[in-house]
Each structure stands twice: as structure tokens, then as C-alpha cells.
Write a protein that binds this ligand. Structure first.
Ligand SMILES: [Zn+2]
Ligand SMILES: [Zn+2]
Length: 344
């Protein structure tokens, strides 16, 4: 089988590898589509502190179960599944209190162990979820980044009276937009530097006046001009630059909550005064904590459409071209998929 292997930082190749055998409790999936995430690019560039090399990357993938390991019912063969990449120990403090996505012995598929940029990939059977009937396979590969958006809204909670601000109309920001508009029905603003991304935000449910190009408008003024008094009550950082949290605590309303998705090692300068004066709460959110069933339920009920953010599909053998598209052309690319060329 062919796999995309990053053998050291900035060195990636499509190579022939032996077929992995599913261990006890695992399934082997014939991969159909896999999505490229910012964290795949970080691994490629040597900027992910958790990864070890060589590594088959990719943690957003969909495919068909074609073999099962010991203890897994053979009735699962043939299921089309999407794989939750979070593998936890079930025994540590985080696991015992239901926060297994930050397990002290966390293993992420495509980071700590081999992932989905491969013709075949193994995963625990309980991590493989049957995709909703009628959902295109390509769209199903976006369930993982949707679960990331679902996780941060689950962390912050969403009240009907909330007014949200999302920084960044990339894949996670756009998925957040769908969740806030279509699941919760609240007012939600989104920022970006590219009008093309903001047009996509409107396709994901943002109203005409809820998109703000912060190259052209100052954010506080733009919010005031749109009738947001006292600042947004919910702020999500899907840009993940250290400066964003600094601005977020300044503009958040009293009793505001801030959802943080970034992984920068650089410190942010956050004044205690702003936090305490307004009793702000910061919620960090990593990966997802058992949110796949929630997202699958939203899709089944027709509330959200994960396929909306797909901009490109590349043959997986041209993974270098797909990475280049994602990195060099952010204005016109959003979620870029690798196609493993199996008939659906
Ligand atoms: Zn990801
Ligand atoms: Zn654990």
C-alpha cells in the first residue's frame, strides 16, 4: 500500500509500506478521503512538539472497514466510517472526569501513531463512526474538524442571548459559524483578511452584516456600527495568534467567555484587570471530547453541512501540490482533501 510519510521535518514522500494489521479491538479502513489540517502542515514543518518521525500523518479521514482485529465483530466489515483520532487511556484523572481528549497518555492518530494519509489505516473500532446515510464521503471527512468546532462551543456553552465573535474564517472558524448560526441560532460575527473567506462564511450561515474584513475596518468600530453594545459575550480564537487573546479580553463583554484553539508557544500579554473587572472565563479547547455523535446527529437532522468548506480535491500522490495549494493560496483554498481514488 502507498502512504504519505513525513520522515523528518520538511521531508515528505509517498512510499510503499507494508499493510498494517489491525490489533485486538481495531479495524482496518480502506481510506477514501482525508482532509489536510493546519496541524499536518505543522508536523511537516517540524513545528509540532508531540510528533515523532517518521510518521504517516492525517487525522481527518473517511473510508470503508475492510478487516477487523480480534474481539471486533466481523459484521462491521463494509461499514463506511469516519475516525475520531483521539485515543485515551481511560484511567488517568482527565479520563475519569470525562475529559479524555486531554488524557495524560493521549495518543492522536496521525500525530503519535500512524494516520490516515494512507491507502489503509488502523484505528480502534470504537473510534470508527458510521457516517450519516446520504452524506458524500468527501463531506464526511470534514466531521473531525466539525467536532473541533463542536468541542469549543460545548466548552464555552452557548446562551440564546449570546452575541459571538469568531476570529478567522478558516475551516474551524467557518465550522464554528455553522454551529452558532444553524444549531444555536445566535448572532455571530466573523473576521478575516480575505473577502473570499467571508463570502464562504455567509454560505455557512453568516448574515450580510456579520462578516468583517479587519483589513478595511477596525473591529471595535465595526461591532459598534452593527449595534453590538458592550462587546461580544462569546469570543472564539480560530486564528491562533498570541495577539488575538489580548484583543479578545479587551473587547469581550462583562461575564464574557473566550474559546481558545491555538497552539502557539509564544506568551500573550493578558491584563488581570480586564479579566477580573469583567469576570471573563477562558476556555481552552483541544481536539474533541467524544463529539462525533453530536456532529453526526446535527448532520442527520440537516442542521449543518460539513461539505461546505471543501475547496479542492487532490490525488493523494500529489500531496505536495495539495500542501502547496493550502499554504500558498489561502485566499482561494479552504479545506483541501486528498482523494485515495476508490469508487464510493
Ligand atoms: Zn485537525
Ligand atoms: Zn487517560
Amino acid at each position: 500500500m502507498l502512504s504519505v510519510v513525513v520522515d523528518q521535518p520538511n521531508s515528505m514522500a509517498v512510499v510503499e509500506r507494508p499493510m498494517p494489521e489491525p490489533a485486538a479491538g481495531e479495524v482496518r479502513v480502506r481510506v477514501r478521503f482525508a482532509g489536510i489540517c493546519g496541524s499536518d502542515l505543522h508536523i511537516f514543518h517540524g513545528q509540532n512538539p508531540f510528533v515523532s518521525y517518521p510518521r504517516v500523518i492525517g487525522h481527518e479521514f473517511v473510508g470503508q472497514i475492510e478487516s477487523v482485529g480480534e474481539g471486533v465483530s466481523s459484521s462491521r466489515v463494509g461499514e463506511t466510517v469516519v475516525v475520531d483520532p483521539v485515543i485515551s487511556c481511560g484511567e488517568c484523572h482527565a479520563c475519569l472526569i470525562g475529559r479524555q481528549n486531554v488524557c495524560s497518555r493521549l495518543q492522536v492518530i496521525g500525530v503519535h501513531r500512524d494516520g490516515g494519509f494512507s491507502e489503509y489505516a488502523c484505528a480502534p473500532a470504537k473510534n470508527a463512526y458510521v457516517i450519516p446515510k446520504g452524506l458524500a464521503h468527501a463531506s464526511a471527512s470534514v466531521i473531525e474538524p466539525f467536532a473541533v468546532a463542536a468541542n469549543v462551543t460545548h466548552r464555552t456553552g452557548v446562551f440564546p442571548s449570546d452575541v459571538a465573535l469568531i476570529y478567522g474564517a478558516g475551516p474551524v472558524g467557518l465550522n464554528l459559524m455553522q454551529v452558532l448560526k444553524r444549531v444555536y441560532g445566535i448572532r455571530a460575527f466573523i473576521t478575516d483578511h480575505f473577502d473570499e473567506r467571508l463570502a464562504l462564511a455567509r454560505a455557512c450561515g453568516a448574515a450580510e452584516d456579520e462578516t468583517i474584513n479587519t483589513l478595511n475596518e477596525s473591529l471595535p468600530e465595526a461591532l459598534a456600527a452593527r449595534g453590538v453594545e458592550g462587546g461580544p459575550t462569546l469570543v472564539y480564537d480560530a486564528v491562533c495568534h498570541p495577539s488575538i487573546i489580548e484583543e479578545a479580553v479587551r473587547i469581550a463583554a462583562p461575564a464574557g467567555r473566550i474559546g481558545i484553539l491555538g497552539f502557539s508557544a509564544k506568551p500573550s500579554a493578558i491584563p488581570q484587570q480586564e479579566l477580573t473587572k469583567k469576570e471573563l472565563t477562558l476556555y481552552a479547547s483541544r481536539l474533541n471530547c467524544a463529539m462525533f455523535p453530536t456532529v453526526i446527529d446535527w448532520i442527520t437532522r440537516g442542521l449543518v453541512d460539513p461539505g461546505r468548506i471543501i475547496s479542492h480535491k487532490f490525488d493523494f500522490r500529489d500531496v505536495a501540490g495539495a500542501f502547496e495549494q493550502t499554504e500558498r493560496n489561502p485566499r482561494y483554498s479552504c479545506k483541501v482533501l486528498l482523494d485515495f481514488g476508490v469508487d464510493s
